[in-house]
Design a protein around this ligand. Structure first.
Ligand code: SAM
Length: 226
């Protein structure tokens, strides 16, 4: 059923890719009864609001890019992107262990490889294994933009991008001016074609190394946004 909805919207997908989306959907619906992974679960909604929406960052990710999906939850946008772009080196990061258990089961069933990291972004951002290691960080439905600046920009290389999936982002961008200045990044907006309201990507480009004091300790970015 996912196949019938997705294939007219993305006619380039192969039968093997469509089969992966079908399996991912079946697992999401099954595990959701126990784990409360998402409130969006009807097939058409999952196809459009999770899968298709996740694809939006694809044109901004160069061939072979390393990406961190921060606060990935049930795998959005990282897993749909990995299905359509197997060249990507994907790291799925979340602070909730139960999400990681689900993600590892999905990856195994779909025959995909990604690193699954159980961590808060604030801690990962101060860990040399992850700090300034990624070409791109992606976030969808994780936090307001001033907080996202601090959670994601430390993970990204100088010259890399942090891409936030948003609704109308005008106000959030205005509220992020201080964070952008302190963390050395610029912001631009890209509209996502959508038939369910305004969808945008905010693309933050990192122009210089992140000062050592950022990110602050876990919880502080949300309590006291820059
Ligand atoms: N990105 C997914 C999506 O679009 O469906 C999940 C969104 S869910 C509303 C937010 C997720 O972000 C949760 O799984 C939560 O555990 C995770 N999260 C929130 N703050 C985080 C942080 N500081 N570090 C890592 N993960 C975080």
């Amino acid at each position: 059923m996912i196949t019938e909805i997705l294939s007219p919207l993305r006619p380039d997908l192969t039968a093997a890719q469509l089969a992966k989306f079908e399996t991912y959907y079946v697992m999401l619906a099954d595990w959701n009864t126990r784990l409360n992974l998402t409130t969006i679960i009807a097939p058409e909604d999952v196809a459009k609001k999770h899968f298709l929406d996740s694809f939006a960052a694809e044109p901004y990710l160069k061939d072979g890019a390393s990406i961190a999906d921060v606060g990935t939850g049930a795998g959005f946008p990282g897993i749909p992107l990995l299905i359509v772009r197997p060249d990507l080196k994907v790291t799925l990061m979340d602070s909730q262990q139960k999400k990681l258990v689900f993600l590892e089961a999905v990856l195994e069933r779909l025959g995909l490889t990604a690193e699954c990291v159980h961590a808060r972004a604030e801690d990962a951002g101060q860990n040399p294994r992850y700090r300034e290691r990624f070409d791109a960080a992606l976030t969808r439905a994780v936090s307001g933009l001033p907080v996202l600046c601090e959670l994601t920009l430390p993970l990204v290389k100088v010259g890399g991008v942090s891409i936030a999936y948003k609704g109308d982002a005008a106000e959030e961008i205005s509220a992020s001016q201080n964070a952008l200045e302190l963390l050395h990044a610029t912001a631009e907006r890209m509209m996502i074609p959508s038939d369910y309201g305004v969808r945008e990507l905010v693309i933050l480009t990192k122009t210089a190394a992140t000062p050592k004091q950022y990110p602050r300790k876990a919880g502080t970015p949300a309590k006291k946004p820059l």
